[in-house]
Design a protein around this ligand. Structure first.
Ligand code: HEC
Length: 119
């Protein structure tokens, strides 16, 4: 877990000097340990292919936690922002081993990156 916190601190530290899409790409490097955008490419986390507009917990072949499957979330800008800011507060009991992104610039940038990539 410390590794992720450090990576986010690094991304946050450079947030002001770089354009948002670069910050988003850098921030996503943390996620890429577990997530790919390729359809059907599930790793530790489910594929994020076409994530925006999709219902939570519905990638075929991935074993989700009950709380995420039952969350009834449809991923959009607001729900992704809340989930990535504080996963356990947004969906209590979900099994994503990630503590959240505190830096608002990095958070915004990574959500924008998801919107751009995950079509
Ligand atoms: C250490 C592995 C890991 C990291 C790092 C991680 N995730 Fe996840 N992610 C998961 C797992 C596992 C789940 C499924 C959780 C569940 O079933 O409760 C998940 C679920 C998700 C979901 C919901 C997917 C769906 O189909 O409903 C999104 C969106 C997501 N992660 C985005 C991200 C983003 C963006 C980052 C980086 C900021 C990130 N994750 C970092 C493992 C990870």
């Amino acid at each position: 877990m410390h590794k992720f916190v450090l990576a986010l601190a690094l991304a946050a530290g450079t947030a002001h000097a770089q354009p948002a899409d670069e910050v988003g790409r850098k921030t996503f490097e943390t996620c890429a340990a577990c997530h790919s955008f390729k359809e059907g490419d599930n790793g530790t986390g489910p594929s994020l292919h076409a994530i925006v507009g999709r219902k939570a917990g519905t990638v075929e072949g991935f074993r989700y936690s009950g709380p995420l499957k039952r969350s009834n979330i449809v991923w959009d800008e607001a729900s992704l922002t809340a989930f990535l800011r504080d996963p356990q507060q947004a969906v209590p009991g979900n099994r994503m081993p990630f503590s959240g992104i505190e830096d608002e610039a990095a958070l915004k940038a990574v959500v924008r990156y998801l919107q751009a990539q995950a079509k």
